[in-house]
Design a protein around this ligand. Structure first.
Ligand code: PGA
Length: 241
């Protein structure tokens, strides 16, 4: 059985007070959410403690946006698995295209981060996806197959979520056609040893397109940026029909 997972990625948004306000408004909106749906909020590091305390006993799980591959050490600006699990973080985004694009993340470091997350029993959300020019050149399938091949070396596919995020669809309002996202996710699934891995779609998901996206057979959830910042919008997404 494939699990449905809806995750919000707040990126570099919300201080502690704003995070707390969101949680207070959002929690009650998920009380009647279908039991089969897992709900995750991937918040900035500075908000994780206050959120962990205030999400206790709710349906909503906590995720981080990065994890370093070493246990500890001289890695200024990085965060360790122990620091995250101590707070109660159970999920972590790894290899987001913004990390790959702006912070020099490579498939090799993505692989190392995935391994460390799993060692700490956190479930990583691995992001893969192609740029606009790669898509236009007809390279989408090759790019993604290649990313998976490198990122998943030695990774336990029983403790993994994958997000297909076409880079041209992130934060642009330019959603990938749901049938096309479904097709690419089907290709991703073919590459996996475990066919039951949850595979999400991400890129301009919003209240207006969630029902259609989730009606696609291969799509097991969504990773949501902009539309996860407002409690009402994200609640509508989590409670898709
Ligand atoms: P978006 O971001 O929903 O704002 O397009 C998605 C993501 O980056 O995960």
């Amino acid at each position: 059985m494939r699990k449905i997972v809806i995750a919000g990625n707040w990126k570099m948004h919300k201080n502690q007070a704003e995070s707390l306000k969101f949680v207070q408004a959002f929690k009650s909106k998920t009380e009647n959410t279908d039991e089969s749906r897992e709900i995750i909020l991937c918040a900035p590091f500075t908000s994780l403690t206050v959120m962990s305390k205030n999400l206790h006993g709710s349906r909503v799980m906590l995720g981080a946006q990065n994890i370093h591959w070493e246990i500890e050490g001289a890695y200024t600006g990085e965060i360790s698995g122990e620091m995250l699990t101590e707070i109660g973080v159970n999920y972590v985004i790894v290899g987001h295209s913004e990390r790959r694009q702006y912070f020099g993340e490579t498939d090799e470091t993505v692989n190392l981060r995935l391994k460390r997350a799993q060692e700490y029993r956190m479930k990583p959300i691995l992001c893969v996806g192609e740029t606009k020019s790669q898509r236009d050149a007809g390279e989408t399938e090759n790019i993604i197959i290649n990313q998976l091949k490198q990122d998943l070396v030695g990774i336990d596919q029983n403790n993994l979520i994958i997000a297909y995020e076409p880079i041209w669809a992130i934060g642009t309002g330019d959603t990938c056609e749901s049938t096309e996202a479904n097709r690419v996710i089907g290709i991703i699934r073919q590459q996996l040893d475990n066919k039951n891995v949850t595979i999400q779609y991400g890129g301009s998901v919003k209240p207006g397109n969630i029902d259609e996206i989730m009606s696609q057979a291969e799509i097991d959830g969504v990773l949501v940026g902009g539309a996860s910042l407002e409690a009402a919008d994200f609640a509508r997404i989590v409670n898709y029909q």
